[in-house]
Design a protein around this ligand. Structure first.
Ligand code: ADP
Length: 428
């Protein structure tokens, strides 16, 4: 039975920060959005919500497991009455010859009984464009970009028709830019033609946001859309929705403020340095002391307790590449990462117990560890701080709080200060 307030869009994302990125685009295009961490176990009040993004971690797991988890998410979204399903993957099409984009897309098509779905990672705002079926990262072909050396999903072919065909059992086709430029009617006709030819998945060219806005209406009523987060900007118009500041409103932000940072990317290093040069209280976590069993968490929380009543505190393991390499050489890459993720998650938990209710977390894996430790089940997506990083109102085992999850290279130099100064969040 379809619930009274049926969801408009039900989304399944193959990783955690990618889910937030999609949710952020939908909010900015006029939808009220909730992101869940995995498939929810308990009932959620979705009465005022247009879209739900279920965040999975299926990008690099075995294809059969990725399919099973995605179908479980689909079943839950269908039970909420979702009118259209969106399978979200990375804008650099991160996948292996085995999957998981093709296998998951095809499993969803079968479950939804639909013979054709589009596939495009195009996200022009983030320098990802698709032309003649080839994916560009900035000015480079995907295969000439840094993605060719990715440790888990090296992308050595920029021809997406070929890449997707290698991991799909149905024929893969192309909606070329000459068609996209003509508008949604032409796109719809081309999709119908491809379907008649037996094509199951159609890569769609898009080099500008205008292309994505033309693609949106052509997707109206299709059971399944697959793409990066870019396609999302053209979908809310199908329900008569347009950008609207009210969709970004969160409850008022109150409580103490802290930043926990485990990212070692260049942008985060610059943000930590900026925070320190402003004279704000910052505490570095020493990985070797953590490894030796020293009471680092308790020390950090005691230190934070002295500053928190009046100031934003920063607790970080962020370090430059040379220092990270030295730690990894002593502890091993995996052990160093795990130890610091666990430590920062314990610190985040302690900070929230201490009264922190506005928390910025830097680092994708670090965010995952903290979100799990805080028992966060779902979050309402609010105003964007910087591209791809919104404030969220999260529901966790210690109650509700505002969090911003910043992946690696996102955010400007003053991010860790400006995030708390956003007038909009305070007014909402
Ligand atoms: P990003 O989004 O920048 O990739 P992540 O949190 O995803 O950040 O990954 C950073 C990884 O590096 C985590 O596993 C974290 O625990 C680890 N790490 C953090 N600080 C250090 C450090 N000083 N030395 C070694 N590893 C570190």
């Amino acid at each position: 039975m379809t619930p009274l307030h049926a969801l408009k869009l039900g989304c399944i994302a193959d990783d955690f920060t990618g889910a937030t990125d999609l949710a952020n685009n939908l909010v900015r295009a006029g939808m009220r959005v909730v992101q869940t961490i995995g498939v929810p176990h308990a009932a959620l009040d979705l009465s005022a919500i247009d879209a739900v993004v279920v965040a999975l971690k299926t990008r690099t797991i075995a294809p059969a497991e990725a399919v099973a988890q995605s179908l479980a998410a689909l079943a839950w979204l269908q039970a909420q009455g979702a009118q259209q399903i969106y399978f979200k993957y990375c804008s650099t099409f991160d996948s292996t010859p085995q999957g998981n984009i093709g296998p998951v897309a095809q499993a969803l098509m079968a479950a939804l009984n639909t013979p054709l779905a589009i596939a495009t990672p195009a996200f022009p705002d983030n320098q990802r464009t698709v032309f003649k079926g080839h994916l560009f990262v900035g000015d480079l072909l995907l295969s000439d970009s840094g993605m060719r050396q990715h440790p888990l999903t090296p992308m050595t072919d920029a021809n997406l028709v070929r890449v997707l065909q290698a991991q799909s059992s149905c024929p893969v086709g192309l909606v070329a830019h000459t068609v996209v430029a003509q508008g949604s009617t032409a796109i719809g006709q081309r999709l119908a033609q491809l379907q008649a030819e037996g094509v199951g998945l159609a890569i769609v060219d898009a080099v500008t946001n205008d292309d994505l806005m033309r693609l949106g209406p052509a997707l109206r009523g299709m059971p399944l859309v697959t793409g990066g987060s870019g396609v999302a900007i053209g979908l809310p118009q199908n329900w008569g929705l347009a950008p609207n500041p009210h969709t970004q409103q969160l409850p008022p932000a109150t409580g103490l403020r802290a930043v926990v940072s485990g990212s070692c990317s260049q942008a985060t290093n610059a943000q930590v340095a900026h925070f320190i040069t402003q004279g704000l209280p910052a505490l570095a976590i020493d990985a070797l002391r953590v490894a030796s069993g020293a009471p680092v968490v308790q020390e950090a929380l005691r230190w934070a307790g002295q500053h928190l009543p009046t100031q934003t505190v920063l607790i970080y393991s962020t370090a430059e590449a040379d220092a990270v390499k030295a730690i990894q050489a002593q502890l091993g890459v995996t052990r160093a990462g795990q130890l610091l993720e666990d430590t920062l998650a314990d610190i985040a938990h302690g900070l929230v117990e201490h009264g922190v209710r506005q928390l910025v977390i830097a680092g994708g894996e670090t965010s995952g560890a903290c979100v799990q430790k805080l028992g966060i089940s779902h979050m309402q997506i609010g105003p964007q701080i910087d591209a791809g990083v919104p404030w969220c109102y999260a529901h966790g085992s210690l109650g509700a709080l505002h969090v911003a999850l910043k992946s690696g290279n996102f955010g400007g130099g003053d991010f860790m200060i400006r995030a708390f100064e956003m007038g909009r969040m305070r007014e909402c």
